[in-house]
Design a protein. Structure first.
Length: 434
């Protein structure tokens, strides 16, 4: 048993009594009130899910196992000679709550190399799909196709105890994570690079090997290490995380559950936001003469956008009430590596003018940029200019968090999710509408 799995087992055994006590001794305690607005409005803000993997603080942004993004990036072991940490170390952190040692990170990296061989039939499935199929459809289908490999499904058929279910869920999840970079890079090269493929390099880590298989030179490897870490988790209420949890709560295995979560991520209101931001910035750039605009030109363009009833994409957030730390982490990277890129300069100018405009406009609860205001521009700079593929990149990162969550769901024996519905008549009666 690997050191990660041993540590995870210890953490699970320590945690289980906490959940048991909460249910047994405090199960009837009321912690929140639900409004009609929340019932109709997508359950926004309702406290109805449990996760210790990450928490979204309105001011500090996402906290991974209690640690802010700057704290996480600083404490995780770095790839030798690189700026960014091992993605493998972040997986260790999300699963156990502890920062790994260099030795523990290298162990996971080696383990992933042993797990990453993709079954040949997956390539057959992908190659038999029409080449104009959306890459997210291909990505989700590849994950679902591998379901026949599920150790969890096999163990369930054989009658596994519910207290041991986390073990095969862990094994399935680690196998999936090891294979996702190869699958994603294969889809990219097949669709967009003349079907020429680059085999993995056994000397490289998770992020470095993905950049290698994509065929993009450094520092794109550090771009993807940062990208996967920043996009890994975002509490449990977002669509991809919640869908994965919901499907897994029926004791579906990690393949079924992640594929469902990826399908949710593909929605325009979730994972497509970064490409919508980039498209808007490029349109702005073209309409203002194909040059970096002045602040005054940019202010007018933004006001014209708002006056026409549209929004400024990449600004605002359902929870955050400050600049997204994920945005700032990417901004710092861009300032160091390509400060003269014209699209990045537009992004920087937007950061200077949009918050004040939105404050004056008065309709935005949060006038600050979120992660999507930056990520598409970074990919574009390094040559990944196929908008539809951006969500696949998001999916690799998000898989880290959602799979960590469903391992813990099984470890703590969370039940099938089954909220109660009400009718419109019932809501009108509660509101005392005659």
């Amino acid at each position: 048993m690997s050191s990660l799995k041993k540590k995870l087992q210890v953490k699970i055994e320590e945690h289980r009594p906490r959940t048991t006590r909460l249910l047994k001794e405090y199960g009837s305690k009321v912690i929140d009130e639900i409004t009609i607005k929340q019932v109709i409005g997508g359950m926004r803000g309702m406290k109805s899910l449990v996760t210790d993997i990450s928490y979204l603080d309105p001011i500090e942004g996402i906290r991974f196992r209690g640690h802010t993004i700057p704290e996480t990036l600083k404490a995780l072991p770095k790839v030798p000679g690189k700026e960014m940490p091992y993605v493998e170390g972040h997986i260790f952190l999300l699963l156990t709550g502890d920062f790994p040692t260099d030795k523990e990170v290298l162990e996971i990296s080696e383990e992933f190399k042993e797990r990453r061989e993709v079954p040949l039939y997956v390539w057959d499935v992908l190659r038999n799909m029409p080449r104009d199929t959306h890459p997210m459809t291909m990505f989700s289908t590849a994950v679902l196709a591998m379901q026949r490999e599920s150790l969890f499904a096999k163990a369930y058929r054989e009658g596994i105890s519910k207290y041991d279910m986390w073990d095969p869920m862990y094994e399935d999840s680690m196998n999936i994570l090891a294979r996702l970079p190869m699958i994603a890079a294969y889809i990219y090269r097949m669709k967009y690079r003349s079907d020429t493929h680059i085999p993995p390099d056994n000397e490289l880590d998770f992020g470095g090997n993905f950049a290698h298989m994509m065929g993009i030179d450094p520092p794109y490897d550090d771009v993807m290490r940062l990208y996967f870490i920043l996009h890994s988790d975002h509490e449990s209420g977002n669509v991809s995380a919640h869908t994965t949890h919901l499907v897994a709560s029926a004791l579906s295995d990690a393949y079924y559950s992640l594929s469902a979560g990826l399908n949710g991520l593909a929605g325009p209101l979730h994972g497509l936001a970064n490409q919508e931001v980039l498209r808007w910035i490029q349109k702005l750039f073209a309409e203002l003469g194909g040059k970096v605009p002045t602040k005054e030109e940019l202010k007018k363009y933004c006001w014209d956008t708002l006056s026409s009833g549209q929004v400024i994409p990449g600004y605002g957030h359902a929870v955050l009430r400050a600049t997204d730390p994920r945005y700032m982490a990417q901004r710092e990277f861009c300032l160091k590596h390509f400060p003269d890129d014209e699209l990045f300069q537009v992004v920087s100018l937007l950061y200077e003018v949009v918050p004040d405009i939105l404050k004056e406009h008065g309709k935005a609860k949060n006038p600050w940029p979120n992660v999507d205001a930056h990520s598409g521009v970074v990919q574009w700079h390094y040559g990944v200019r196929e908008y539809d593929f951006y969500t696949v990149l998001f999916g690799i990162g998000r898989a880290i968090g959602v799979l960590s969550n469903i391992i813990w769901d099984r470890a703590l024996g969370y039940p099938i999710e089954r909220p109660k519905s009400v009718t419109t008549d019932m809501l009108e009666k509660d509101a005392e509408i005659k």
